[in-house]
Design a binder for this molecule. Structure first.
Ligand SMILES: NC(=O)c1ccc[n+]([C@@H]2O[C@H](COP(=O)([O-])OP(=O)(O)OC[C@H]3O[C@@H](n4cnc5c(N)ncnc54)[C@H](OP(=O)(O)O)[C@@H]3O)[C@@H](O)[C@H]2O)c1
Length: 263
């Protein structure tokens, strides 16, 4: 049964699969109109047609490769040109690379920084005036990796530390404006992430039970709507994050190296 149509719109990046698609569906279920972005245009169009029919919401598809310089500005420009106001911004698009830093592909690594950090920062800056005017909310997808250095995923983990720090600071800056910023910090989650990162050999994955994208998205959506500054889904993940606070950083890095290393 579709919810009654709303005047609110959510822009979700990385909406073609995994956690982003599931977060976007939470909005659709609640009757919120959507702007979906990712590189996979055909997949986004299929999702859009399904949700228009199923949930009665307006869905606009704006395919974008956020690793391209200038892409966030172009995406924001297309939203404005379409006359769409944004109430909820979900900066979810992101990916990781697995392997020794010295051996990783530099272009892929720099592209990852553009998607995980630059695009998230630029989209937040460009949409913030609109979100402030509409007293909306921002959800940035960070990670449990935000809390610790991660050998074999050194740049990815550092990029997620940025997302957490940036989100917490912005949430504090925006206190009293009615706009909230939430950093969602999932642990290992079943999605396209592991294949893209080529991390099937990591001992970590062999030992972990992965959360589903749907459960992470539902928890993230609720945390955003409740205005939580930081939310870590799953008791085991919260325990892990809590315990590394008290350990020396070099010990945490050494332990992470053992955990993440190829099995
Ligand atoms: N899965 C995990 O274990 C885990 C844990 C903690 C945090 N996270 C974070 O959760 C977020 C979502 O990842 P996921 O697990 O759902 O992985 P996923 O299934 O691979 O989804 C990633 C999404 O980002 C999009 N994307 C990737 N590169 C892009 C680019 N250059 N430009 C625009 N969009 C791009 C992908 O779409 P296209 O391929 O169509 O572009 C896809 O929609 C990421 O920020 C990730 O770091 C994941």
């Amino acid at each position: 049964m579709p919810a009654s149509p709303s005047a609110h719109t959510a822009l979700v990046t990385g909406a073609s699969g995994g956690i982003g698609r599931a977060i976007a569906e939470e909005f659709a279920r609640a009757g919120t109109n959507l702007v979906l972005s990712a590189r996979s245009e055909a997949t986004l169009n299929e999702i859009a047609a399904d949700w228009r029919a199923r949930y009665g919401v307006t869905v606009t598809v704006l395919p974008t490769d956020l690793s391209e310089p200038g892409a966030p500005a172009a995406l924001a420009g297309r939203v404005v040109a379409a006359g769409i106001g944004i109430d909820y911004l979900v900066n979810n698009a992101g990916f990781g690379t697995f392997g020794l830093f010295a051996q990783t592909d530099l272009e892929a690594t720099l592209g990852m920084l553009r998607v995980n950090i630059e695009a998230l920062t630029e989209l937040t800056h460009r949409f913030l005036p609109n979100i402030l005017a509409r007293r909306g909310r921002i959800l940035n997808v960070a990670s449990t990796a935000s809390f610790q250095p991660g050998p074999y995923m050194a740049v990815y983990c550092a990029s997620k530390a940025y997302v957490l720090s940036f989100s917490e600071a912005l949430a504090a800056e925006l206190g009293g404006t009615g706009v909230t910023v939430t950093a969602l910090c999932p642990g290992a989650t079943s999605s396209g992430f592991q294949e893209r990162a080529r991390m099937q050999s990591s001992g970590f994955l062999k030992r972990m039970r992965l959360a589903t994208s749907d459960s992470v998205a539902a928890a993230g959506y609720q945390a955003m709507m409740a205005g939580r500054a930081v939310y870590i889904p799953g008791f085991a993940n919260r325990l892990m994050v809590f315990s590394v606070r008290f350990a020396p950083r070099n010990m945490v890095a050494a332990l992470s190296k053992r955990v993440l290393a190829p099995a």
